[in-house]
Design a protein. Structure first.
Length: 307
């Protein structure tokens, strides 16, 4: 009886697992869904759906390679997640070890390793790839292809993504087709010049290395300040009203001599008051962080010595 009960329970579990493993979408629907997320610039969600598509459905090696390559591109180009990008590019080589893919995949692997600051591994990959014959690589990507540079395709989604990284005031300058074409040409030219500079070994130029270090240093400082300060700034609705009450003159209408003519009601100036309070809180958080770091490192500045 006990053995029969165990068998029934085991069968129930297996049936449940089998039912849970059935996909809710057809194979075509699942891929189209992942494409749709990508085209709407929901890149992290798109990568997750492509990964689910890769593991849920029966795919031949060609399609596995294509999907793996595209997932790698999402992590590399859109999410700047070079570790995951590297993993998927390597996967392409395992599921589709054909020469026509080798050159493009090796280039992407090298690019990942360079960004992960693993120059020796990148050099080794290049060494291993020297014996391969260049072949045209065709990889399918969502969105209309609007340009090709050698084997690399540039889609409408690529340009839309790059434009969306610009500040709104600059992005507005590229609203019409002619301006977008200029942007596309500049985008391609930048990549061509970059590749040319790499072939000349300029990545090892002393001025380039120093400038890259200073740029990285500046970006790291900005990121630290952004994270540290934003976590310290917490504004409640009551704080905004208290700030308004303490600074009514600041939001009042004044005459040419600076005398208050009439006070503006809180509801009318609430948005501006909130912005001003947020800036004030940011400045306070910045000064607090600076003082904390200077105390921790025992910083001493000799004003009388400085000339």
């Amino acid at each position: 009886m006990y053995k029969l009960l165990i068998a029934i329970l085991s069968l129930t579990i297996l049936i449940g697992c089998s039912q849970q493993s059935q996909p809710n979408l057809s194979k075509e629907q699942a891929r189209n869904f992942a494409n749709e997320l990508y085209n709407r610039q929901l890149f992290r969600q798109s990568a997750a759906e492509y990964e689910r598509y890769l593991t849920t459905y029966q795919l031949d090696n060609d399609e596995q390679a294509n999907i793996s390559y595209h997932i790698g591109d999402i992590y590399f180009e859109r999410l700047r997640d070079y570790e995951n990008a590297l993993a998927y590019y390597i996967r392409v080589k395992y599921v589709h070890p054909k020469e026509e893919l080798a050159r493009e995949v090796d280039k992407k692997i090298v690019a990942c390793l360079e960004r992960l600051q693993r120059p020796e591994d990148a050099k080794q990959t290049l060494t291993e790839a020297t014996s391969l014959e260049p072949e045209k690589v065709e990889t399918k990507r969502p969105g209309a292809v609007i340009a090709r540079v050698g084997t690399h395709e540039i889609t409408q989604g690529d340009i839309d993504f790059e434009l969306n990284q610009l500040p709104p005031s600059i992005k507005a300058q590229y609203s019409d087709k002619e301006k977008k074409l200029e942007f596309l040409q500049q985008y391609i030219l930048t990549d061509l010049l970059y590749d040319s500079a790499k072939r000349q070994g300029l990545e090892n130029d002393k001025e380039v290395v120093e400038a890259a270090f200073q740029a990285k240093k500046s970006l790291m400082v900005q990121k630290l300040l952004q994270d540290q300060i934003s976590s310290r700034v917490n504004i409640e609705p009551s704080d905004v009203e208290l700030f308004y009450q303490a600074n009514k003159d600041r939001y009042a209408e004044k005459d040419d001599k600076g005398n208050v003519v009439s006070e503006k009601p809180f509801d009318e100036v609430q948005k501006q008051v909130t912005q001003d309070l947020y800036v004030k809180k940011q400045q306070e958080a910045y000064e607090e962080l600076v003082q904390k770091l200077m105390r921790a490192e025992n910083v001493q500045i000799y004003n009388d010595v400085l000339k």
